[in-house]
Design a binder for this molecule. Structure first.
Ligand SMILES: [Zn+2]
Length: 294
């Protein structure tokens, strides 16, 4: 109850923001129908949990055919445990989350419908503290909790096609969609979220971190870092910017949300374990945090 009230409060604040204008929606690549603020918590029951999970599992198979997973057991266990802790404190804790590390320098993270999360090794390397990494994972869990992927796909493809994909029915439609979805790029394009979805995932992440005992300021700090990298070297984080474009507005929103929350003692910003995990990762070939102009 407490969590829901906090999120509702935060979203009410966002909806009043003059920056939240319909023009902003047009960014979306796939013409997602942008819901108005009032509908942010409407329960649009598009897919059952079981159908959504089945769809996510299909996508995860597709993704894992293409990407290389990072297998260092200590790193993998750590990221999974951090993610599971957050998931348990999220607003959608009734489903199983699968959290994996992708073996690439590229700074990115993404969530598929149904709780399949991927965090790139490069993103862990540039997070300075555990709460920054928790912020990113919390944001991805927020997309799952908000059912953003399932909603986006259903709007784009139609429920019939989605159900056909899951059950193997309607092979023509499924084939057509499969050709559009080919590979990681196709799937991520399909999961291009609206700005409204990004705001909701941010608001959920802030509450989620706090409930799980992490400093929610990690969300804001990490966004600031991403923007700084992008200002210095536009295009350096192209994939991440395509799926979850950070913005001054998002930084301000999360900052205001945190400031409006009652103070809570004992939130954790960092851990020795996180710092040890970072030492286990190979150095990035082209570290976006290094200022090449200097
Ligand atoms: Zn996002």
């Amino acid at each position: 109850m407490k969590i829901q009230a906090l999120i509702r409060h935060a979203l009410k604040g966002l909806c009043r923001s003059p920056a939240l204008k319909p023009a902003a929606w047009s960014l979306s690549l796939f013409l997602l129908t942008a819901p108005g603020c009032g509908s942010a918590f409407q329960n649009i029951n598009i897919l059952s949990d079981a159908d959504e999970i089945a769809l996510g599992r299909e996508f995860s198979r597709e993704i894992e055919r293409e990407v290389k997973l990072y297998t260092d057991p200590e790193v993998v266990r750590y990221v999974d445990e951090l993610g599971q802790t957050l998931a348990r404190h999220s607003t959608r804790s009734n489903i199983q989350y699968y959290i994996k590390v992708v073996d690439t320098d590229e700074v990115n993270a993404f969530a598929l419908p149904g709780g399949f999360l991927y965090v790139n090794r490069g993103l862990i390397s540039i997070a300075a503290t555990e709460s920054e990494l928790a912020g990113v994972i919390g944001h991805e869990i927020g997309h799952v909790a908000g059912r953003h992927g399932a909603k986006a796909l259903t709007r784009q493809l139609g429920l019939e096609i989605i159900l056909g994909m899951i059950s193997g029915r309607n092979p023509t439609g499924v084939q057509r969609v499969a050709s559009q979805l080919a590979g990681v790029g196709g799937i991520l394009s399909m999961l291009h979220y609206s700005r409204q979805a990004e705001r909701e995932a941010d608001a959920l992440a802030v509450v989620n971190l706090r409930e799980a005992g992490y400093d929610p300021g990690g969300v804001t700090v990490f966004f600031e870092k991403l923007l700084k990298i992008n200002d210095r070297e536009p295009g350096a984080l192209a994939t991440l910017f395509a799926t979850h474009p950070p913005s001054r507005e998002r930084i301000e929103n999360t900052r205001k949300q945190i400031a409006a929350m009652p103070a809570l003692e004992g939130l954790s910003t960092d851990s020795e374990r996180f710092q040890r995990i970072k030492t286990l990762l190979p150095p990035l070939k082209d570290n976006p945090l290094e200022n090449k102009k200097e």
